[in-house]
Each structure stands twice: as C-alpha cells, then as structure tokens.
Write a protein that binds this ligand. Structure first.
Ligand code: FAD
Length: 164
C-alpha cells in the first residue's frame, strides 16, 4: 500500500513475510549502521490492554514508557494500530565482491560504514566470504531488457549455484 504512495518502510528485516506488530514488538532491525530498529520509527501506538481498554500512547508524552511499549514482546497488550514514520521511495544499488574473512574482521568499521547497508556472508571454516554494499538511490526507470548471455549467466549464478 505505502509503495503506491511512493513511501517505504525505513528499515526492514531480511525477510518480508513478517507483521508490523511482530517486528515492532521485537525491535526488528535492518542492516544500516545509521538506521534504527523498526521500533525507533514508531510515533504512536494503540494498545488493547489486559482489561480490554483501548489506549493510544505517543512518543512525546512519555518517551521512557514508549520505548518499553515498542519492544515488549506483547506483554503490555495487543497492538491494534501504529503511526509509523516512513521514508520516501528509494531504490537500492547493489555492489558485491569477494572479501577474505580476516581482511573483513580487521577493517569491519570501515566496511559497515562505507555504504547505507552492509552485509557480509562468511563461509564457515574458510577464509572466504562475500561483502554486499547497498546504497540508497533515487528511483529511476529500469531497463529489464537483457542479453541472452546475461540471462544464461544469471541462471547459472542464481539458480544453479545459488549465490545472491
Ligand atoms: C527467516 C527469518 C529472518 C529474520 N530476519 C531478521 C532480520 O533480518 N532482522 C531482525 O531484526 N529480525 C529478523 N528476524 C526475526 C523477526 O524479525 C522477528 O521474529 C519478528 O518478531 C517476526 O515477526 P512476526 O510478525 O512473525 O511476529 P511473531 O513471531 O508472531 O511475534 C513476535 C512477538 O511479537 C508479539 N506480537 C505479535 N503481534 C502482536 C500484536 N498484535 N500485539 C502485541 N504483540 C504482538 C508476539 O507476542 C511475540 O512476542 C527473522 C526471523 C525469521 C523467521
């Protein structure tokens, strides 16, 4: 829905089939060092408390209580609705490369602060892994026309080998 309005969730988990209430209740996070958890973008929350009363809590009324409510594993009541700060629509540009595990460990802060979102997949028992840099860019038209060679390459890479 918010995609049609050119808006996006500011952060999201690595999978998308989760609920807003569940991700807020567990302070689900994305991958960018400068972005908060999903809970940190909640501005107000309406709960059905244990006695059945509906109550709206707002960040500006009591920040300490509000921070507890937005990561409470359902212990304060049932989340009925939330007001959430969203982002303008953006695309993500992916740049990925092989990176030795020890090189990554020695310069981790440089890597995780070098792009909007950084992820490293390590292959256990090896000194090998893949670094993924994702940068937020302005939305633009994408040309989906690809050559036969790149289609074959994509099938080989994503379907046969399974590297994303
Ligand atoms: C494959 C997979 C990948 C994941 N990747 C990430 C990731 O990249 N980053 C990350 O941070 N987390 C990740 N997680 C964890 C995930 O974000 C949390 O488990 C999240 O809570 C799942 O959301 P859900 O909608 O399934 O919630 P549920 O598992 O259904 O509930 C989670 C908690 O929220 C409470 N809750 C749910 N709905 C309500 C409600 N309406 N009112 C009050 N409380 C409620 C429940 O009581 C429970 O305590 C991942 C989980 C999986 C399974």
């Amino acid at each position: 829905m918010i995609l049609y309005m050119n808006k996006l969730l500011p952060v999201q988990a690595s999978v998308s089939n989760l609920t807003i209430a569940g991700t807020i209740s567990t302070a689900t996070h994305g991958s960018g060092i400068q972005y908060g958890t999903l809970s940190s973008y909640v501005r107000s929350i309406t709960l059905m408390k244990l006695d059945g009363e509906l109550k709206e809590y707002r960040l500006e009324d009591d920040e300490e209580l509000f921070r507890c409510l937005t990561c409470c594993l359902g212990t304060f009541g049932i989340i009925i609705s939330v007001r959430l700060q969203v982002s303008q629509l953006f695309y993500l540009e992916l740049n990925q490369h092989a990176l030795e595990f020890h090189k990554f460990l020695n310069a981790m802060p440089i890597y995780y602060s070098s792009s909007d979102h950084f992820r490293y997949t390590w292959y256990p028992y090896t000194n090998f892994g893949i670094a993924y840099h994702l940068t937020r860019v302005q939305p633009r038209l994408i040309n989906y026309k690809t050559s036969i060679v790149s289609k074959v390459f994509s099938w080989f890479r994503y379907s046969l080998i399974g590297i994303i």
